[in-house]
Every structure is written in structure tokens, then in C-alpha cells.
Design a protein around this ligand. Structure first.
Ligand code: AFP
Length: 334
């Protein structure tokens, strides 16, 4: 029988590899994983728990919050505030940063998360997830919102947990992408895949086609060419998938390739896009890059963008390298 390697053991071994991950980061990641297990339990209760439906409140983005959005946010905060590894947290569901209260020791890390990505899929029993990103607090006393405004290249760990037919934790600490599957009987995450790779080429795209009339010309051109299939300029037929939960769409792409797009569009021209740089685009970009794919906003590498505000939005193209390069190239052509 092959030996099962738990997330705990994997992280301890990573810590032992010289200079790889410090003990504080290891402990922090274990706490995040523990919180994800609790969220997974809450998700799986469905109608049997008081977790479905709307909370009748709006988040900072002006979106209606689901009960699970609030539960997942609280679980992540409660699990992480006392450990001594963090200085502060920022969440898609909270207006400002959450500074670790004085009664607990303050650590040197900053944690950013989308506690429940794809929340409109909760009530219809479709995969949803938690996305997280970890950075170091810049040197200096105290902690402020400004400390979070670092480019994605400064991440020291990033990952997501997808709550679907299986609960799967996908993680990078800058040395490839590793996948852990929750063993529900044992209650622990078990390593199930190392060094995940995104194929460079793909015949599958993910975009919300109902927004087609609002897209910018380069996106329209790219999708038109895909839709022309083998008779068109691309010379091959494309398939389309759109789950509506970024975690699930990106998980599919990390598993079998593809390109995920949520571009700027004319519906709200003043916004750079729908997705958030700190909680969604940065962690997913790092995972995709670590797996050999690429991620841009149509013009720049996403991870090179220095945010100017906490809830900054961004246009997103990520996945199989050659497709992302193609649509990015269209953005620079007249
Ligand atoms: P919700 O969390 O509000 O369901 O939004 C999910 C999301 O941020 C991302 O996970 C999806 O890829 C994208 O929005 C779906 O957006 P559309 O509903 O506009 O297709």
C-alpha cells in the first residue's frame, strides 16, 4: 500500500528543505487548511444546516451576501486571529483590513482571502471555493491598508480549496503546485498530486458568453476565431465551459488545460473588470504560472500590477500559455 502523505507532513518536510518555508508560514498554512475543512463541512450540510440562501446584507462591492459568505469569512478570521503568525487580514467580504486584536501576539504575515468564491452557486449545489494569498508585512511598526498594496510577485504562499464532489486544496509556496484531497473519514488533507502542469495548448475556453456584446474588440476577435473552429484561422475546434465559480473553472484548467477569461467590458467601463486583484487574480495567477501557464490583464502580467486600493478589480486572462499569449497579443495590435 502506498504511504499517505498528509498536508501537515508535507509542510514539515517543506520546512526542513533549507530556506524553503519558515515554521511560521507552515503553521499559518495549516490553520488556513483547518478553516477550509470547517467551511467544507458547513457547505456539505446544505439544506440540513442553516447555511443556504441570502443573508439580506450587501458586501463592500455592493453584492448581496449569502449566509455562507458570512460564515466562511468568520471561520477564516476566528481560526487565524490568535495563532501569532499574522499581522492583519483582508477579505473580499470586509470593507477595511482586519488587524489582529491586541490580546493576541502579532506576526509578520498578511493574509488575503475570498472566503466563498462562486457564492451564487451555493444554493444550486455547484462547486464553490475559498481562495487565499499570503504576503509578508513590509518592515516597520504597525500595520495599515497600504501594507497590502504589494504586487502579486510578493506572495509567499497562495492557494484555494474547492468544495465540489471532492474537497481539494491546491497550494503553491513558489516551488510548483501541489494538490491535496480531503479524506473525510480521517479528517485530513492527503497529498494526491505533485508538480501540476497546465498544457501549453488547449482547445477549451471559459468566458461568460452572455456578455459578448459588451466586450472590447480584441476579446471579440479572439472568441470569434475560436468559434470558427477548424475552418477558421485557428484551424481547430474549440469547446467551452463556464461554471461561474472561478475556483472550479481554474481548477479544471490546472487539471486539463484551457483559458479562463473575465475581461473588462462596457457594462461598467470605469471598472477594470469584475474580479478582484488581491483575493482572486493574484493567487490564481501565481498557481497558474507555477504550473507553467500564464496570466495577464490583456496587456501586463497580472502579478506585476501594484494595487492602488484594497478591493482593486482587474481584467483576467489566464491558463494555457499559448492561448493567453494569443489573446494578449490581440490587445496590442491595432
Ligand atoms: P459570485 O461569488 O458572486 O458568485 O461571483 C463569482 C465570481 O466572482 C467568479 O468566481 C466567477 O468566475 C464570476 O464571478 C462569474 O461571474 P458571472 O456571474 O458574471 O459569470
Amino acid at each position: 500500500m502506498t504511504k499517505k502523505i498528509s498536508l501537515t507532513r508535507y509542510l514539515v518536510e517543506q520546512q526542513r528543505l533549507e530556506g524553503h518555508i519558515p515554521p511560521e508560514l507552515r503553521l499559518l498554512l495549516e490553520v488556513v487548511a483547518r478553516a477550509c475543512k470547517r467551511i467544507s463541512q458547513a457547505v456539505s450540510k446544505g439544506a440540513l444546516g442553516d447555511v443556504m440562501g441570502s443573508a439580506e446584507s450587501e458586501n463592500v462591492q455592493g453584492e448581496m451576501q449569502k449566509k455562507l459568505d458570512i460564515i466562511a469569512n468568520e471561520v477564516l478570521i476566528e481560526a487565524n486571529e490568535w495563532g501569532g503568525h499574522l499581522a492583519a487580514m483582508a477579505s473580499e467580504e470586509m470593507e477595511g483590513i482586519y488587524v489582529v486584536p491586541n490580546r493576541y501576539p502579532q506576526g509578520e504575515y498578511l493574509l488575503m482571502f475570498d472566503p466563498l468564491d462562486g457564492s451564487s452557486n451555493i444554493d444550486v449545489n455547484v462547486s464553490i471555493g475559498t481562495i487565499f494569498s499570503v504576503m509578508l508585512k513590509p518592515e516597520g511598526t504597525g500595520v495599515s491598508e497600504h501594507d497590502f498594496l504589494q504586487p502579486g510577485t510578493k506572495q509567499v504562499a497562495a492557494g484555494y480549496c474547492v468544495y465540489g464532489p471532492q474537497t481539494t486544496l491546491v497550494l503553491t509556496v513558489g516551488d510548483g503546485v501541489t494538490v491535496f484531497t480531503l479524506d473525510r473519514e480521517q479528517g485530513s488533507f492527503i497529498l494526491t498530486q505533485e508538480d501540476l502542469r497546465v498544457p501549453e495548448d488547449t482547445r477549451e475556453f471559459a468566458i461568460n458568453m452572455s456578455n459578448q456584446r459588451h466586450w472590447a474588440a480584441p476579446v471579440t476577435r479572439y472568441i470569434d476565431e475560436c468559434l470558427q473552429g477548424r475552418d477558421g484561422p485557428r484551424g481547430k475546434d474549440f469547446n467551452m465551459r463556464w461554471v461561474g465559480s472561478m475556483v472550479a473553472d481554474v481548477h479544471r484548467i490546472l487539471t486539463r488545460g484551457g483559458i479562463f477569461m473575465y475581461p473588462w467590458d462596457k457594462r461598467e467601463p470605469e471598472k477594470a473588470g469584475k474580479l478582484r486583484l488581491l483575493y482572486e487574480a493574484n493567487p490564481m495567477s501565481w498557481l497558474i504560472e507555477q504550473a507553467g501557464g500564464s496570466a495577464t490583464d490583456g496587456k501586463r502580467r497580472i502579478m506585476d500590477i501594484t494595487p492602488t486600493k484594497l478591493h482593486e478589480r482587474v481584467s483576467v486572462f489566464m491558463g494555457s500559455k499559448n492561448e493567453v499569449e494569443q489573446v494578449t497579443r490581440y490587445h496590442s495590435e491595432p
